[in-house]
Design a protein around this ligand. Sequence first.
Ligand SMILES: NC(=O)c1ccc[n+]([C@@H]2O[C@H](COP(=O)([O-])OP(=O)(O)OC[C@H]3O[C@@H](n4cnc5c(N)ncnc54)[C@H](O)[C@@H]3O)[C@@H](O)[C@H]2O)c1
Length: 264
Amino acid sequence: MNRLDGKVALISGAARGIGAETARLMIAAGAQVAIGDVLDERGRETARALGKGAIYHHLDVTQEDDWRAAIAATTARFGGVDILVNNAGMFLGKGIEEASLDEWQRLVAINMTGVFLGTKLTLPALRERAAQTPHGSAIVNLASVAGLVGSQLDPLYSMTKGGVTLFTKSTALEFARKGYRVRVNSIHPGVIQTDMGEQTFAARARHHGTNDTEAAKKAALATHPIGRLGVPNDIAKGIVFLASDDAAFMTGVGLVVDGGLTAQ
Ligand SMILES: NC(=O)c1ccc[n+]([C@@H]2O[C@H](COP(=O)([O-])OP(=O)(O)OC[C@H]3O[C@@H](n4cnc5c(N)ncnc54)[C@H](O)[C@@H]3O)[C@@H](O)[C@H]2O)c1
């Protein structure tokens, strides 16, 4: 199960964290992977460690020209794109009264415009491969539990991820109805131990008027009934499944991987 033999994936924001782990699992599942990020040195290192099945290309997801160049480089090296993972994202961690307009616009540019541009600009390549493969191509969007229920820590982040949740369903419907054979699904992580996870602990501490990130981490853990926080591997496995032909009858769905957080 969950094999990706012969498939090519483009993953945004994959220099580190969930994206980097997804790249690793996809290569192990038989895919070739292009990593895009703004952290060029870290991204090159991540790709180098994965061997010749991986390349790194600079990709600021807010820039159309960067997408065009990354897609062209991926196609030139591996012959096409079967899988797009819109993974790049940022967390703000401020309440409505603290957040500025500039911060909101940056958040929207990365978390929403980035997903729109990635979807729009990769679509021709995904459709081309879809026409040649038995089950078509796939897009996986990184939403969040904060795209399903309200967030106490970051209402603006929650607004962007709620947008990603419904954009996923809308594009899934549009592509299915048009016969494009491109499935679109989202994944909704709970708190995952990455750089962004650390940012959520700092925001939670600030929210309680302290600098005690260890106490904030314990409080975050207590919201996960399963008794631990997530790790990138938990989410990467879900992404590989949604991208694989084992999910061939799934489109427009959100896979929740949150240790029970939203079951409460
Ligand atoms: N960590 C969590 O608790 C958590 C929970 C729910 C959802 N998510 C989502 O998962 C995804 C991955 O997050 P992560 O936890 O691995 O965080 P992370 O901060 O470790 O990784 C995010 C990556 O995105 C990259 N990035 C930021 N801005 C970019 C831009 N403009 N263009 C290209 N790349 C850019 C960063 O450089 C980084 O490599 C994000 O979309 C995030 O919102 C994370």
